[in-house]
Design a protein around this ligand. Structure first.
Ligand code: HEM
Ligand code: HEM
Length: 182
């Protein structure tokens, strides 16, 4: 079924998860400015909690997307462009799975059990296997890939809003659509 915008659950989950990703990223950036200690552990734990939140919301997000109504390609969109948009969205989904999982793997290979704000502890079951450095590098690489993919995604939204002037931005920001139609 197609309609002018995404369902309310899809919109709420899109923005909640975008915020969680941003906060996970910002948390670890701030942590890296601090020396080892309680403050740094708190920020790394907060970043992991937001990351685990992204993982937990993925299934509801996918269900909302598959079961709810969703807009097809905007009118007059060439086939190649619709396929590119689909590929970009699938890439974002793949990163939303792989990035938090690689974070869990980083914790599993740590020197000590990884405490997530006293709420749960991830055991360092793979400590001493020599995998720590590689796994952490993969986690960092995926975080950079997420940053690049989101930057392109936001650029595409701005292009739709200000160059194409179609309804694509309004599908995730219904207020924009209401303002445009008066
Ligand atoms: C949206 C999700 C996430 C983002 C954007 C993210 C991002 C990052 C970034 C940029 C780093 C720094 C890497 C480096 O400089 O080497 C990092 C480190 C780390 N992340 Fe994540 N991460 C996410 C989810 C998770 C999750 C779910 C966990 C574990 C449950 C986790 C555990 C870790 C650990 C243990 C480190 C190393 C911290 C340290 O060296 O003290 N991350 N993360
Ligand atoms: C300021 C940041 C963001 C803006 C302005 C934005 C904007 C939008 C817009 C306008 C759409 C509808 C596109 C269409 O129908 O073709 C959309 C869809 C989508 N966005 Fe974003 N977005 C942002 C952040 C993010 C982030 C951080 C992620 C995940 C990493 C993400 C993942 C997706 C996905 C997967 C879709 C496809 C629809 C769905 O399955 O929910 N977005 N976004």
């Amino acid at each position: 079924m197609t309609q002018a915008r995404y369902s309310l659950p899809s919109i709420v989950l899109h923005w909640t998860m975008a915020l969680a990703i941003l906060l996970a990223w910002a948390g670890v950036q701030m942590a890296e400015m601090l020396p080892r200690g309680a403050g740094r552990a708190f920020l790394v734990g907060t970043h992991a909690l937001f990351g685990l939140g992204v993982l937990a919301l993925l299934l509801p997000r996918i269900l909302a997307r598959l079961l709810g109504p969703s807009p097809g390609a905007a009118e007059g969109t060439p086939d190649w462009e619709a396929r590119l948009a689909l590929a970009a969205h699938l890439l974002l989904y793949a990163l939303m799975v792989a990035l938090p999982l690689s974070g869990v793997a980083t914790a599993l290979t740590g020197r000590a059990p990884f405490d997530v704000l006293g709420l749960l502890t991830i055991p360092n079951a793979f400590a001493g296997t020599g995998l720590r450095r590689t796994v952490k590098e993969v986690h960092e690489l995926l975080a950079n890939a997420m940053l690049a993919a989101v930057a392109l995604h936001v650029a595409a939204t701005l292009w739709h809003a200000f160059v194409r002037r179609d309804d694509v931005a309004a599908r995730m920001m219904p207020r924009l659509g209401r303002r445009a139609t008066g």
